[in-house]
Design a protein around this ligand. Structure first.
Ligand SMILES: Nc1ncnc2c1ncn2[C@@H]1O[C@H](COP(=O)(O)OP(=O)(O)O)[C@@H](O)[C@H]1O
Ligand SMILES: [Mg+2]
Length: 241
């Protein structure tokens, strides 16, 4: 067994089997196939190939990728920032290219969202120097629109994971600074700015109630609507609140 959810993920004969409901299976298989095709074009990140999607049994079979170290394990190491910037560039590439492999409605503003872009679904494979991205699924709130949603959703998921992860030998101020660098790297890679107001409201939405209590310290929800979220976080952290 591997993975975070032991009852669902199984390693068998060099293949990974993932148990899913029928509804999730179809969309996760389609999104993972499209993301795999995009990852081949990128050359610097990789998404496992779908070997089988058995709708009757509700099993998705993926090729097994060895040596996947989750980004959470790189936090606090001297390669942390390198990993975060890689994750930003990979997400930017996926947002620009996965949709074209979905053969779905053309959509200019929205992107094919990953759905759960965080520090465990994004791994680094030291042997190849590639980023591995797992667990492509469409969040329920976007299911009616097919695969599409705002790019800010994936960014908000990643920032939540980063800001709430245990701080290994790093201050909150530094962590906020790194989150800001992640956003800047993503924007540079895509050549467009994220909508700060949307990002701020999604960040509040994707945070659980317990986590929200923690984030209260960062005064996340009180951030002014028109202010750039991350620069504010930086300033707050500098003031040592
Ligand atoms: N094809 C694969 N090869 C290697 N490791 C995998 C593969 N698929 C998943 N994993 C590992 O298992 C973890 C859990 O799988 P994931 O698809 O994210 O399931 P869940 O929906 O339970 O989070 C991933 O974070 C990754 O570390
Ligand atoms: Mg996962």
């Amino acid at each position: 067994m591997i993975g975070t959810n032991r009852s669902r993920i199984e390693l068998l004969d060099g293949r990974v089997s993932k148990r899913l409901s029928r509804l999730h299976l179809r969309s996760e298989a389609a999104l993972t196939r499209a993301a795999h095709a995009a990852s081949l074009e990128s050359g610097f990140y990789y998404v496992p190939r779908v070997l089988d999607a058995d709708e009757e049994r509700g099993v998705l079979v993926l090729e097994f990728l060895p040596d996947a170290t989750p980004l959470s394990a790189w936090l606090g190491s001297d390669r942390e920032m390198e990993m975060l910037l890689l994750a930003a560039r990979a997400l930017a590439h996926a947002h620009d290219h996965v949709a074209s492999h979905l053969h779905a409605v053309e959509c200019t503003e929205a992107v094919a969202v990953h759905g759960d872009y965080n520090l465990t679904n994004v791994c680094y494979q030291s042997g190849t120097g590639r980023l591995l991205i797992f667990d492509w699924n469409v969040p329920p709130m976007f299911q009616r629109q097919g695969f599409f949603g705002p790019a800010e959703f994936d960014i908000a998921c990643f920032l939540r994971a980063l800001l709430l992860s245990p701080r290994r030998g790093i201050s909150r101020q530094e962590r906020a600074g790194r989150a800001a660098e992640f956003v800047e790297a993503y924007e540079t890679a895509r050549g467009r700015r994220l909508n700060r107001i949307m990002l701020e409201s999604l960040l509040t939405k994707v945070v659980s109630r317990g986590a929200r209590r923690q984030l209260g310290q960062l005064k996340l929800r009180s951030l002014g609507k028109s202010i750039c979220l991350l620069h504010t976080l930086r300033r707050e952290a500098q003031r040592g609140r």
